[in-house]
Design a protein around this ligand. Structure first.
Ligand code: CP
Length: 325
């Protein structure tokens, strides 16, 4: 007699979607549109649960490492809030000077150490490719929280979710990215992610901070209409989403070059008089003067709401990666 198992018996509360369960999150390129719909649906449920009960036990017993080699306020603290709202806990290493990294420990050894204590690792590191390096060394999921000028995939997911929630849909929109497009990992990830949608993308930056050519080619190959200019006025009136970024002083080798471009664009209430009433202004934050604080009270200023959406998206990702969504 042969026997076969009719149902897979998973530990209580476990629901494993093979697209996400146990997977690293390294680049937006790993997702298709169906994956995004799943993440957004789960994020929406998380929003409802937080509204209704605040904290619940979906990830009770799970422990996350937050390993940050670069400063962060939003990404770091929203992952802490996300795991804690899901009933899990976190080991926080955000000042590597006080860890064995200061004794010369490699990223790989640090990651191997942390995976022996915890169930997943969120990593921010100043070098492009570092998240992939860590993931190759680890057997538990690594989530890229920004690898130098490389990518910031969870930011792009929350950005896309913000656009969808605020505008009702992503298809059909004109999205203008402004500021540091050369080093800005958030715009690199977002531009790639938007290739899954029917959008037009405008790039507005000083000449020395243009979107990398390789990325423009990649977006072009997906059939996306792109336009590049140094002057916001060329595109503002047609823009549905104005995505502003900080000129990142820390990425410049030559401080004189930073001084030349640091004040290139400042969004003020006057700027918004030229924009659609339905337009939204986004920013991954932090800002250092590129959006005047007087803009904050305009209903089109979506950047603080964007931060909150980020926690729901990160809750969704943790639940999916740890097998309980
Ligand atoms: N948007 C973002 O990555 O912000 P932090 O640097 O504060 O994490």
């Amino acid at each position: 007699m042969t026997t076969r198992r009719l149902t897979e018996h998973l530990p209580f509360g476990e629901k494993r979607d093979p697209r996400f369960f146990g997977q690293d999150i390294l680049s937006v390129s790993q997702f298709d549109r169906e994956d995004l719909e799943t993440i957004f649906e789960v994020a929406h449920e998380m929003y409802g649960m937080v509204e209704r009960i605040g904290t619940f036990d979906l990830l009770k017993g799970k422990v996350l490492t937050n390993l940050f080699y670069e400063p962060s306020t939003r990404t770091s603290s929203s992952f802490v809030a996300a795991i804690e709202r899901l009933g899990g806990s976190v080991v926080q290493i955000n000042n590597v000077t006080y860890s064995s990294v200061s004794k010369g420990e490699t990223l790989q050894d640090t990651v191997k150490t942390m995976e022996s204590y915890t169930d997943a690792i969120v990593l921010r590191h100043p070098e492009k490719g570092s998240a992939a390096l860590a993931a190759a060394a680890a057997s538990k999921p690594v989530i890229n929280a920004g690898d130098g000028p490389g990518e910031h995939p969870t930011q792009a997911l929350l950005d896309a979710y913000t656009i969808r929630e605020e505008m009702g849909a992503i298809d059909g929109l004109t999205i203008t990215m402004l500021g540091d497009l050369k080093y800005g990992r958030t715009v690199h990830s977002l531009a790639k992610l938007l290739t899954l949608y029917d959008v037009k993308i405008n790039y507005v930056s000083p000449d020395i901070l243009q979107m990398p050519e390789l990325l423009v080619k990649e977006v072009d190959a997906a059939g996306i209409d792109q336009y590049e200019t140094t002057d916001l006025d060329d595109v503002l009136a047609d823009t549905d989403v104005l995505y502003v970024t900080r000129i990142q002083k820390e990425r410049f080798e030559n401080p004189n070059e930073y001084d030349m471009v640091k004040d290139s664009y400042v969004i003020t209430p006057e700027t918004l008089t030229m924009a659609k009433e339905s337009m939204i202004v986004m920013h991954p934050l932090p800002r250092v003067g590129e959006i005047a604080t007087e803009v904050d009270n305009d209903p089109r200023a979506a950047y603080f709401r964007q931060m909150e959406y980020g926690m729901y998206v990160r809750m969704a990702l943790l639940a999916l990666v740890l097998g309980r969504a």
